[in-house]
Design a protein around this ligand. Structure first.
Ligand code: SAH
Length: 406
């Protein structure tokens, strides 16, 4: 049982009682016996128990809460939490998660600092905090127990670890050897580079949105002249364009600043049966800056039936929001100009500092400047294997809009 104590300032306990999992230094009166990466009991100003969490003095978020009960954080608790997370995903599997999904979504699965993704028979663990680092053996044993995992790889190489005073840790944890690329089945087949790809290898969060695009493209091709053009900007390994398929009728332009991502994108197309010589329409893979490429399209008077804008994170903190807003405005403004009458824009932001309302306002500003008209057909978010804890609004990082443009 933890005997380290963190006392909360009078009047600052409400978010904790409301089960927000983060405690910032400003809410803390003092800490006793607290060791970085170890458990602490969180108490109110009258020493009443509030929660049990883990401590890191180096982080702005000094405590992350593991439980609001006075219960041990032990093997049984890890197993209980993993079983919960797994049971949600097993229900989702029926709706298309197939062989790859996020099994543990950190705070949103009540496991702060821990991400576990599954790609076919590979499990990838990402530890974001010191406590999770220290608990790795307990986590692995519970994970193996609950899921039967044989092959486990670690991708603890995110910048957020620096805030915890941690270096990157990457490598095989169990089983192996890790193949260069692991094949998953989602909306199409995708090859995933677990060792060196972005995040833990793939943007699993966009699964449902890729499927939505696929449906729209299919419908459009059936209705219209039977051909269409897609600009897949910030394409990574081709996710959206591959999901849309229809290589005979859909000309896709995949643009990314990462050569490795585009190489895999091209392999993905071939792997899914695309044949450059025989398919009527082409798939292009263009190494370019997304902002520049949009301007280039405008100069060339290019136009598209579908544009997907899925840029990287522009702002992780409040301070960067203004710059991020300018970036989104620029991208969306130039994208609106390229869309054919009645075409669609799928536009996203994964910046934590930009909430759904603000994003919508920015896109509205871009629309106004473009002189076009648009309807929101559907607000978009991350797939259901990325649940958001209702007491943790920060968990909703991915927001998007499906717009029809006139
Ligand atoms: N839509 C993708 C995920 C995109 S993630 C999918 O469904 O898988 C964002 C991508 O933007 C990354 O692949 C990254 O390499 C790329 N990127 C980052 N900065 C860029 C820039 N300035 N121009 C073009 N691409 C960029």
């Amino acid at each position: 049982m933890a005997d380290a104590i963190v006392r909360i300032k009078r009047g600052r306990e409400k978010p904790i009682r409301n089960r927000h999992p983060w405690i910032y230094s400003g809410a803390i009166t003092h800490a006793e016996n607290a060791v970085d990466g170890e458990l602490v009991n969180v108490v109110d100003h009258k020493n009443r128990f509030l929660a049990r969490g883990y401590w890191n003095s180096r982080s702005q978020i000094q405590v992350r809460i593991m439980s609001w009960e006075d219960e041990p954080i032990d093997d049984a608790l890890w197993r209980k939490k993993f079983k919960r997370a797994l049971s949600l995903r097993s229900e989702l599997n029926a709706s298309g998660a197939r062989s790859a999904c996020r099994l543990v979504n950190a705070e949103n699965d009540f496991l702060p600092g821990l991400i576990i993704d599954r790609y076919a028979n590979w499990f990838v663990l990402q530890a974001l905090t010191k406590f999770i680092d220290k608990q790795k053996e307990a986590i692995l044993s519970a994970l193996v127990d609950v899921t039967g995992a044989v092959n486990i790889y670690e991708r603890s190489d995110v910048p957020a670890r620096q805030k915890e005073g941690l270096d990157s840790t990457v490598g095989l944890l169990r089983g192996g050897p890790l193949p260069d690329l692991v094949e998953i089945q989602e909306n199409s087949k995708y090859l995933v580079d677990i060792a060196a790809g972005h995040k833990t290898g793939f943007y699993l969060d966009q699964r449902d949105n890729r499927r939505r695009l696929a449906r729209l493209v299919k419908h459009h091709l059936a209705q219209e002249a039977g051909r269409a053009k897609l600009l897949n900007l910030f394409s990574y390994t081709g996710g959206f364009a591959l999901a849309a398929g229809h290589y005979d009728a859909l000309h896709s332009v995949n643009v990314d600043a990462s050569r490795q991502a585009l190489e895999i994108a091209e392999r993905n197309f071939l792997h899914n049966g695309y044949e450059p010589a025989t398919h009527g329409e082409t798939a292009e893979f263009i190494l370019a800056d997304g902002f520049d490429y949009l301007r280039h399209c405008a100069e060339m008077k290019d136009s598209f039936d579908f544009v997907v804008l899925d840029p990287p994170r522009f702002a992780s903190s409040k301070r960067q929001v203004e710059r991020a807003a300018r970036g989104y405005k620029d991208l969306n403004l130039n994208a609106f100009k390229l869309i054919k009458e009645g075409g669609y824009l799928m536009t996203f932001s994964c910046s934590g500092g930009v909430n759904r309302n603000l994003f919508r306002k920015i896109v509205f500003g871009a629309l106004t400047d473009s002189g076009r008209e648009a309807q929101v057909v559907k607000p978009l978010s991350a797939a259901a294997d990325h649940p958001v804890s209702l007491s943790f609004p920060e968990g909703e990082y991915l927001k998007g809009l499906l717009l029809r443009v006139y």
